[in-house]
Design a protein. Sequence first.
Length: 100
Amino acid sequence: MIETLTNFFTTSALILFGVAFLIGLFRLIKGPTTADRVVAFDASSAVIMCIVGVVSVIYNTVSFLDSIMLIAIISFVSSVSISRFIGGGRVFNGTNKRNR
């Protein structure tokens, strides 16, 4: 009984996350502005992390959880750098001098 419910919920979660990923991918490709694309990339990476988490539950292992952390770090760094580029045109601020 429990195995049947677990299989049903994991399968339905994967289907829903797949649909959400396709919608995010559509917005990532079609987005009218760069800010929309950044938000769609952020949402798609969150959905990918959820998919990896469900796959980790299906295979009953914790070895996939490291990849979730890696996806989260890469997603955060890329979102911040793209947002800084959109906001000011520069990612790294090389003109500031340190106060000595």
